[in-house]
Design a protein around this ligand. Structure first.
Ligand code: URP
Ligand code: ZN
Ligand code: ZN
Length: 487
């Protein structure tokens, strides 16, 4: 009888810490051994001249979710996770999204049902809270966190989703009490709404004005305010989709004074700019997302922030809408930028784009690539017991990369339901060719093998990254005559 169920032999294995030439021995769903000359496997894969990397962990993507404007994403769980797997990702954390008036517990049940039958790879769920009623805060949220949903997402903009500062404080406190990381879409709503009105009133309606309406300062202002609220409560937060140099600087400063503030950016802010929205007719709609892509100087600032560790993760923020009458063009040829659904597809493209920029073009090393795409995302969201690295005892989530393969990204390659990629025409070097999730073959030589429903739910508890610092704000200092009961 063979010693292992599967041996991946002869590859170059990389983690966030090390690069080593060794075999990977897998028993059942987990990594059982790393070493040279491992014993026989029931199945063997020859990874000579290839890299063996942890499967990607994409902690921000929207799947079968109603947008703020009430539009359904283009993808099903099947099409979204299919495209993720083709891009080397083996774990996703999309959202169970409460809209106002909805019962959060029912929302979570509905998303679980969709995911359980559709997912090809493993998944967890964040809880989007837009209606923090007493029942939601004191009963539903604590129960859902206990059941393994240890992260909450909130919005500071989008009329139907946004929360007041008071509501944000309520949620930060609930997260602190019950143990969850809070992820935030932080943009100043007033600035954007005012800019939109001024632009539309003057006939500035083309997609490129979407970028103008999200004035740069709307990001930094909201970051500063959110961080102030989080520091008052002593609750760790992650700022989603950081797009500007100023936003990254705000995070750096907060981290410099010891706050548990984390930051994420996305490929659209590293590889696209506002100029991409400036295309004839509605073509620029393909690039409309919030916040919008910015300038080349911002791209450089974000790369620096990733290198410095001020930003820890790069997620896709996959928010798919087809470039057709059901999606980006639903309001007809005369649509204003305000009527274009926000969001870009990215599950498929995140890892190849980053691998090319970081490893092939030499911006960083292999370990840094693994760190920002797998290890840190898993750690921040409480998945690192199983995901995000290659080590004995971890889930056998592995992507075998051909580091020399050159691919020109094209619309013909698209496997999600949007029918287009914002990165069409970009040439990358390095591609994930074979992918395993918990030891099961998900993609073989670029062909999907897994069946819908083969992905598993990953219950999560908050890890150390999501725990309070323990440094109380002066107002709540229980050594004073009051305050011990305020948290
Ligand atoms: O434009 C984007 N990012 N749409 C998805 C929803 C969100 O804001 O994260
Ligand atoms: Zn967002
Ligand atoms: Zn998003």
């Amino acid at each position: 009888m063979a010693e292992f169920d599967l041996v991946i032999r002869g590859g170059r294995v990389a983690t966030a810490a090390d690069v080593m030439d060794c075999d990977v021995g897998i028993r059942g769903e987990t990594i059982a051994a790393l070493g040279q000359g491992l014993g026989a496997g029931e199945k063997e894969i020859d990874a000579t001249d290839h890299l063996v990397l942890p499967g990607g962990v994409d902690t921000h993507c929207h799947i079968e979710q109603l947008s703020a404007a009430g539009m359904m994403n283009a993808d099903t769980w099947e099409s979204a996770t299919r495209s993720a797997a083709l891009g080397g990702t083996t774990t996703v954390i999309p959202f169970a999204c409460q809209h106002r008036g909805m019962d959060l517990a029912e929302v979570a049940r509905d998303y679980h049902a969709l995911a359980a039958s559709g997912a090809l790879i493993d998944y967890a769920l964040h809880l989007i809270v837009t209606d923090p009623t007493q029942v939601c805060l004191t009963e539903q949220l604590p129960a859902l966190i206990r059941d393994g949903h240890a992260s909450i997402k909130v919005f500071m903009t989008y009329d139907p989703m946004r929360l007041s500062d008071e509501a944000l404080l309520d949620i930060l406190l609930a997260a602190r009490t019950h143990g969850a990381l809070v992820a935030v879409h932080a943009e100043n709503h007033g600035i954007i709404a005012w800019m939109v009105r001024r632009l539309l009133d003057r006939g500035y309606v083309a997609p490129k004005f979407h970028a103008v309406s999200h004035a740069r300062v709307s990001e930094a202002e909201a970051f500063i305010r959110l961080i102030a609220l989080a520091e008052l409560i002593d609750q760790p937060v992650i700022l989603y989709h950081v797009s500007t140099a100023e936003g990254a600087a705000v995070i750096r400063e907060a981290r410099g004074r010891g706050s548990k503030v984390y930051g994420e950016t996305c490929p659209q802010y590293l590889f696209l700019t506002a100029d991409d929205l400036d295309k004839p007719g509605l073509e620029g709609a393909r690039f409309c997302c919030s916040p919008p892509p910015r300038a080349e100087a911002d791209q450089e600032a974000l790369w620096r922030a990733l290198a410095l560790g001020d930003l820890q993760t790069v997620s896709s923020d996959h928010a798919p809408f087809a470039d057709d009458e059901a999606g980006k063009r639903h309001a007809g040829p005369g649509a204003t930028f305000k009527q274009i659904p926000n969001g870009l597809p990215g599950l498929h493209w995140r890892l190849p784009l980053l691998f090319d920029a970081m490893v092939s073009r030499g911006r960083a090393d292999l370990q840094a690539f693994v760190r920002v795409t797998a290890t840190e995302p898993a750690r921040l969201y409480g998945l690192d017991g199983r995901k995000g690295s290659i080590a004995v005892g971890k889930d056998a989530d592995l992507a075998i990369w051909d580091a020399a393969r050159r691919v020109t990204i094209s619309n013909e390659m698209v496997a999600d339901a949007t029918g287009y990629t914002p990165y069409a025409g970009m040439e990358v070097t390095g591609w994930p060719v074979t992918v395993f999730c918990r030891g099961q073959l998900v993609v073989a030589d670029g062909v999907v093998q897994a069946q819908p429903g083969s992905g598993s739910f990953l219950p999560r508890q908050a890890g150390p990254a999501a725990r309070p610092t323990g440094r109380l704000s002066a107002e709540f200092d229980p050594t004073q005559n009051f305050g011990a009961d305020l948290y």
